[in-house]
Each structure stands twice: as C-alpha cells, then as structure tokens.
Ligand binder design. Structure first.
Ligand code: PLP
Length: 424
C-alpha cells in the first residue's frame, strides 16, 4: 500500500493555534510566593557563574557549611539501599513510623499509633498535603507574621485564605493572642504555630501554648504545629510539643531530619495526627487519599529515621555552651547587634536571626531592594523580612550556620554597607 492510499493520509492536520498564544501559569498560583528562593537568589547564582564568591546566609542548608549527618544515619541508609527498590506503604515504612511513635512517647504526645504517622519527602511535602486535605475555597487559616512562607503559599495553593496574626517583637516575638482572637471568624479552620520559630528564633512557653490550645478547642480549629526545630534550642529554652497540651484538639505535628540531623537533602519528614481523632475521620480519609496518590515517600532515606531518633543526639552538643551552633549564634547576635540602627532578639531556638533595621536612620522603603543592593555590593545573601509575610520592610533573616570569623566579617560588611546606604 502506498503511503498516500492509507486512509489516515486524508486527515488534515489540526489547525495550529496562533504561535503567539502564551502558556500561562494556573490562576491558583497567582499570589503564591516563595521569596527565599526568589529573584535575589537568582541574581546571586548569576554572580557565582561570573566567578564571584557569594556568602549565602539565606537558607538553612547545613551541608555547604560543613555540618554532616551522624555516621550511623548514613550507614543505615546505605545498608538498606539494595532492599529499598520497590514501592512501600503509602504512609511510609513501618519501622520508621514506629520510631516516630516512640519519639512521641518520649516527648509526651499521648496515644499515637503507627497509623497516625505519615512520612513525607520533607516536612514541605506534608505541609502541602495537610492544607490540600483540609481546605475548601475561602476557608481561612491563621498563619503567623512573620511566617515560614511555605505555610502562606500552601494555604493559597489549596484555595484557602491566609490570615496573618501578629507575633510581637516587643514580647520576644510571641504570638499576640488578642490579635488571634480578633482575626478568628466563622471561616477559620486552622491555626499554624511554628515553635521553635523560623524566622524569629522564639521558643514559646507552656502557658502561651496552653492559651493557644484552649482557643483552638473553643473555636474547633485544627492546629498545624510546625516543630522542625524542636531539638535546636539554646540556653534554658524548653520545647513543649503543642500536641502534648490538650488531647481534645486535633493537632498535626510536623518534624523531620533536615535540621537536627543535618540532612535537608535527604528530604525526610513526618506528620503526626493526634488529639481529637474521632471527630476527624473524614479529614484523615482525605490525608490517606493524598498519601496514596504520591504512591509512597522516597524509600531509602526513610531508614535514616530509626537510626537518627535512636542514636546519639549530637545536636545537643552543638547547641550547648561551647557547641558550634551555640557559639555561632552568639557571634551573629553580638556582631549584628553592635551595628548602629540594628537590633535583634537573641534566638532561643532554630538557626536564624531576624534583625530589625532602623529604617528612619537608614531610609529603607523596599527591603527586597536593600537585600539586592547588599548582595551586589558585599556579595552577602540574606532574605528580606517581607519574604516572610512580615508587614513592614524593616527586617531581614540571616542564618548562622557559617563559621564565627565569617559571621563577624559578614556583620562588619553589613555595617559598612549600611553606613553609606540610603534609598531614594
Ligand atoms: N518548616 C520550617 C519552619 C522550616 O524552616 C523548614 C525548612 O527550612 C521546613 C518546614 C521544611 O523542612 P523540610 O526540609 O523537612 O521540607
């Protein structure tokens, strides 16, 4: 048969749409932002490609600063690698989820069963999953300001409305309960509590958490407790798990290996659903559906969980006096605070400082431009405060994973930059 005889040769090609028709991103992404990896970071990458050395104090990425995983964690993953080739349980492998159950028992989250634990490719994936499972269009979620911006982004992506509640710098960055109460409406479905906090470094005390839990119970709010810095504590700060307070509140606790065990690249996190489970069967069914749709989390790295949680906790050596993180926190705090017009809260947890700039003194109106100009002039990369949904352009976030000498010299450069800086 000749090609031209074939019946299909009569079929006219579909008329192509105008070659100028643009491919647009989905409408639901319109307001979704993640400035931590935004335009200024792209510029920093370009500078690096041009051969500049940029000091990246923008994200909590431990590996480039020489922080390594405990050897026993690496060995556990390597040992299990050949047996990790197939899909596994959608919520995660039993041994890893069981290790999370034991961790909950240790820290005082009661009545957690293996089935209440979901493993994820980082806490990030689980935040997206939880907000997708809970929210209908227009549902409101109370999110802290400043926040870890994935929360605001995920609420928006799920069709919800993030309503930012104030964390008060004058009160050691504690959530303002009156503001939370004033902003709770009949559409409020959940409240996000980040403790220990990114970006402020605050650690909340029992009495505050208890007031938040009691408001959540009265208003029937789900609590999203992002506690990924639960083991990164300084001085006398004490971590109180939100889920340990009131078992009549439905609480989703998020934690993982990225920070305390220095393996953010492994993408390992967990979410524990606890408290008022009987009232949440339908929501939990939604979580199970979403967990199944991704088939399962990355299998080899799940084997890191029992090894990490059951092994030596080197993070406590790093955060106690004389420890590397403790000393670096002090270096960053002291050197930044000594810059005229900069004031900082001394972090009690996490790996970040969130300094305030006296914008009257320095005439700063656009904090993204400030961060961009600092990058261009001093090749230091930090993140603007408004990137954390903070309402005024007078803060920035800086990570203190760098060595002490480098932190002192970075602060000196920031001080020198500010001394001559003024925005039109
Ligand atoms: N939550 C907070 C408060 C964080 O700071 C981060 C990462 O920086 C995450 C969640 C995401 O962690 P993961 O690496 O487990 O996705």
């Amino acid at each position: 048969m000749q090609a031209s005889d074939h019946p299909i040769s009569d079929v006219q090609p579909l008329k192509r749409r105008s070659s100028r028709a643009r491919v647009e991103k989905a409408e639901k992404l319109r307001d979704v932002r993640y400035e931590i990896r935004g335009k200024v970071l792209q510029k920093a990458r370009r500078l690096e490609q041009e051969g500049h050395r940029v000091l990246k104090l923008n994200i909590g990425n431990t590996a480039p600063f020489g922080f390594e995983a405990p050897e026993s964690v690496l060995r556990a993953v390597i040992h299990e690698l050949p047996r990790s080739q197939g899909y596994e349980d959608a919520k995660g492998i039993f041994t890893a989820r069981n290790a999370v159950v034991h961790e909950c028992q240790r820290i005082g989250i009661p009545n957690v069963d293996v089935d209440d634990v979901y493993l994820g490719n980082g806490v990030s994936e689980l935040i997206v999953m939880a907000t997708q499972a809970l929210l209908n269009p227009g549902d409101e979620v109370l999110v802290p300001a400043p926040d870890y911006p994935l929360w605001t982004a995920s609420v928006l992506l799920a069709g919800g409305v993030p309503v930012h509640y104030r964390c008060d710098e004058e009160a050691d960055w504690c959530p303002d309960l009156q503001d939370i109460k004033a902003k709770t409406t009949s559409r409020t479905k959940a409240i996000v509590v980040i403790n220990p906090n990114n970006p402020t470094g605050a650690v909340y005390e029992y009495s505050l958490l208890s007031s938040l839990a009691s408001w959540a119970r009265q208003q029937n709010l789900v609590v999203f407790a992002d506690e990924i810095y639960s083991k990164v504590l300084y001085d006398d700060a004490k971590y109180v798990p939100m889920a340990s307070i009131d078992d009549d509140v439905l609480t989703l606790t998020f934690d993982g290996l990225s920070k305390a065990y220095h393996v953010p690249g492994f993408r390992v996190g967990w979410m524990v659903v606890s408290g008022a489970l009987v009232r949440a069967r339908n929501f939990i069914d939604g979580l199970d559906t979403l967990a199944s749709m991704r088939l399962c989390p990355n299998v080899p790295v799940q084997h890191a969980i029992p090894a990490a949680l059951g092994g030596y906790q080197a993070i406590f050596d790093e955060t106690c006096p004389g420890g590397i993180l403790y000393e670096q926190r002090n270096a960053a705090y002291e050197s930044l605070s000594s810059i005229p017009g900069i004031s900082c809260f001394k972090p009690k947890g996490s790996i970040f400082l969130f300094p305030r700039i006296d914008t009257n003194k320095y005439k700063i109106y656009d904090d993204e431009k400030f961060v961009y100009d600092l990058l261009m002039d001093k090749k230091i990369l930090v993140v603007q405060g408004t990137g954390f949904n903070y309402p005024t352009p007078d803060h920035f976030r800086i990570v203190f994973l760098s060595k002490r000498a480098e932190l002192f010299s970075a602060s000196e450069s920031i001080g020198a930059f500010l001394a001559t800086y003024s925005q039109k």
